[in-house]
Design a protein around this ligand. Structure first.
Ligand code: FAD
Length: 317
């Protein structure tokens, strides 16, 4: 079932979560180990991230360095099919512009359609570490909005081969990303919201947000969206903090601010077990505030560790 249908039919806020494909060489069991503790809370859908290639240098004979492209976390489509098959829960694969030509994207969408997966989260993807800014493939998309347009086209039976006659349309529900604290490349919130609106106007059904720790920022973001004629469901994304080093890494990688009270509480912790407890309690409090605010669903970022999310789900669902 489509995410948008889950939301429209829901009588209470839904529970969903995101997981990462395992590092290459690890089996599917690590995915099941992440899902099993959360199944009893009836997730409506499970997102699986997509990780594009990275470039590494391998030492060869005579000291030459060879540049090699390597995908460390392949398997998004296969994992989604395995989730649907094993748990009968809807899976949402992330589809990104980076590293894909339009034709490769079309072929990936055809695979998903054949597998009966009718949800995608359409994203641009981050720049790869060796590039100063995002560089699209020569025959690829530059922004998520272009990807949304391609998927909407396919939903109307418009494939890349213009000679195709009577092609069967796909039927994807499309989610896109939103940023309560602004996307880091945007000059300001106004610009970011304008581009977010373009994704919705192009046919996206709902928004999932970047993680945040200040619920008021999410509330202001929703208000701003509504003022700017963005009326689709907005699903907040939460990630419980689990160690002290995240005080630096979360701000660095996700370009977000952490509230003073949270930082103070974590700095006082003597070990990571204590940090984990603070992280769980903070996320429980945020979840309560969000439900009171009227969110349709809360989406938890597990990052492969579902123990903390289980504690939160126990308190909320
Ligand atoms: P876009 O919507 O294209 O926006 C990127 C920037 O360009 C923004 O600053 C925006 O304001 C601006 N912009 C948008 N459209 C235009 C336009 N037409 N002209 C000029 N500027 C424009 N990354 C992964 O690699 N894999 C994942 O699985 C993944 N999952 C994610 C899940 C969620 C819920 C979120 C919030 C992010 C995820 N990301 C993932 C990270 C995401 O790919 C990055 O944040 C990326 O930098 C931006 O993606 P986007 O889809 O928001 O891009």
């Amino acid at each position: 079932m489509k995410v948008i249908d889950h939301i429209n039919k829901a009588k209470k806020p839904l529970f969903s979560f995101e997981l990462l494909p395992p590092l290459k060489g690890k089996g599917i069991q690590s995915i099941y180990d992440g899902i099993d503790p959360l199944v009893e809370f009836n997730p409506s859908f499970i997102n699986v991230t997509y990780h594009r290639e990275e470039f590494i240098y391998k030492k060869r004979e005579k000291g030459y360095l060879e540049k090699i492209a390597i995908k460390k976390r392949p398997g998004t489509v296969g994992i989604c099919a395995a989730i649907v098959n094993k748990y009968k829960v809807d899976a949402v694969p992330h589809i990104i512009c980076g590293g894909f030509t339009k034709e490769e994207t079309e072929n990936a969408l055809i695979d998903l359609d054949f597998l009966g997966i009718d949800n995608v989260l359409a994203l641009r993807g981050d720049p790869i570490k060796t590039e100063p800014a995002f560089i699209p493939e020569k025959e690829g998309h530059e922004h998520a909005v272009d990807l949304v347009k391609q998927i909407v086209g396919l939903n109307k039976g418009i494939y890349m081969d213009e000679d195709l006659q009577n092609a069967i349309p796909t039927d994807f529900s499309i989610g896109v990303a939103g940023y309560p604290e602004k996307h880091f490349e945007s000059p300001n919130m106004k610009s970011d919201i304008n581009y977010l609106k373009q994704k919705i106007d192009a046919g996206a059904d709902y928004i999932i947000t970047q993680l945040f720790y200040d619920t008021n920022k999410f509330k202001k973001f929703v208000e701003l969206c509504r003022k700017n004629d963005i009326h689709v469901p907005i699903i907040p994304g939460l990630k419980p903090i689990s160690n002290k080093s995240q005080l630096i890494s979360l701000s660095k990688f996700f370009h977000i601010d952490l509230p003073d009270d949270l930082v103070d509480a974590i700095e006082k912790c003597k070990n990571d077990a204590a940090v984990k407890q603070v992280g769980i309690e903070w996320a429980i409090q945020q979840s309560k505030e969000l439900i009171e605010f009227g969110v349709p669903c809360i989406h938890y970022y597990t990052m492969g560790k579902s123990v903390a999310v289980r504690e939160i789900a126990k308190a909320i669902y």
